[in-house]
Design a protein around this ligand. Structure first.
Ligand code: AMP
Ligand code: MG
Length: 346
């Protein structure tokens, strides 16, 4: 009797120990292999840049080192492309006429993309728009619309054919007043470059947001594709759609956050290179595509071309797109979405 009691109490102790041990093993395993979302934010490229990486605690060291590499790379891109930084490659090009100037391959590559997008969109996308941007900025300061002559004169310096890409990463401006501004494509390019680094560092799941331009790959901390909210341009604090993304870029352009105000009237910061005037009936445009550089360029293009641009963008790259337009004369708002967008935002 006594012996069997002892035996059974030993069994009980053994079972309790096994139970405790399995709980410890389970939680240790869970703790180490649980997917965590690591996030960092910096003010860069004139905006808030947010990066999220999903990985286990075992990968924490690699994640933190990847963040360091990404911020270093973004600082370099920012220094090379910032039109306001006198030492940037863009500022050097802008004061180089008539001489060729050697630039970093980053800048050369993005100018090659820009020229290509300009050709593909029959000039609607144009990084030589800067003299017009300056003209409209000055108009805002003076509170006076530029004259037709001023616009006509400024237009003479605009056109991607005014940028000549020479061998050996050199760039030459072909008109004394031509100036370059990469605002419509630089953030998308930066998001794609971050994605390249993260992949190289072994990261599979991440979301890069360079201020409205997004690239997402893999899954969020719940193991689902990343959700990207598309802002409602009429109520920017609310989302009008959510798209699920696990390998692609999204970009939204619009005049609800950035605009010129002259004589109490709002003018878009996106300018139609064909006329020299700010676009006036597109409220916002979103493009979802295979990378953020292209999505960034095309969302700006859709602001210039409006709903007619959707078929062009579709034919060029089968991207998903939505254009929100203010229809005149009634001023009513219409939403134009292609099939790909409707499928993705369901
Ligand atoms: P995004 O927000 O990407 O649409 O870029 C808009 C910015 O790009 C503007 O603030 C201008 O600096 C510049 N921009 C304006 N119009 C154009 C255009 N038609 N093509 C290229 N860049 C433009
Ligand atoms: Mg853009």
């Amino acid at each position: 009797m006594r012996l069997s009691f002892l035996k059974s109490s030993r069994v009980k102790v053994f079972l309790v120990n096994v139970f405790i041990l399995s709980i410890v093993v389970f939680f240790t395993f869970f703790f180490r292999y649980q997917i965590i979302k690591y996030s960092q934010t910096r003010v860069l490229l004139g905006t808030f840049v947010r990066i999220h990486i999903c990985a286990t605690r075992l990968d924490e060291k690699a994640v933190l080192s990847a963040f360091d590499k990404v911020w270093k790379r973004l600082n370099e891109i920012n220094e090379r492309m910032n039109v306001y930084n006198e030492k940037s490659d863009i500022a050097r090009i802008n004061r180089s006429y008539p001489n060729p100037v050697k630039v970093h391959p980053d800048v050369y590559r993005i100018l090659a993309f820009s020229k290509k997008y300009s050709e593909l969109t029959h000039g609607a996308f144009d990084v030589t728009i800067w003299p017009l941007v300056v003209l409209w900025k000055e108009a805002q300061a003076k509170q006076e619309i530029p004259s037709v002559q001023e616009i006509k004169r400024t237009l003479e310096a605009i056109g991607s054919d005014k940028i000549k890409l020479l061998a050996d990463d050199s760039v030459q401006l072909m008109h004394p007043q031509t100036r370059i501004d990469l605002s419509a494509i630089g953030q998308g390019y930066a998001a794609d470059e971050v994605a390249l680094i993260l992949r190289k560092e072994g990261m599979n799941s991440f979301l890069v947001d360079t201020g409205g331009e997004i690239f997402a790959q893999g899954f969020n901390e719940s193991g689902r594709p990343w959700s990207v909210g598309i802002k409602d341009p009429l109520h920017p604090e609310e989302m009008m759609d959510v798209v699920r993304l696990s390998d692609g870029g999204v970009s939204t352009s619009g005049d609800y956050e950035k605009y010129y105000e002259i004589d109490q009237k709002k003018y878009s910061h996106i300018i139609d290179p064909a006329t020299g005037y700010p676009v006036n009936n597109v409220v916002s445009a979103t493009v979802i595509g295979e990378n953020a550089t292209q999505a960034d360029a095309f969302s700006t293009v859709l602001c210039v071309l409006g709903k007619q641009g959707i078929s062009l963008v579709e034919a060029l790259s089968q991207e998903a797109a939505i254009v929100v337009m203010e229809e005149s004369p009634a001023g009513s708002i219409s939403f134009y979405k292609n099939d790909a967008y409707q499928r993705m935002s369901r």
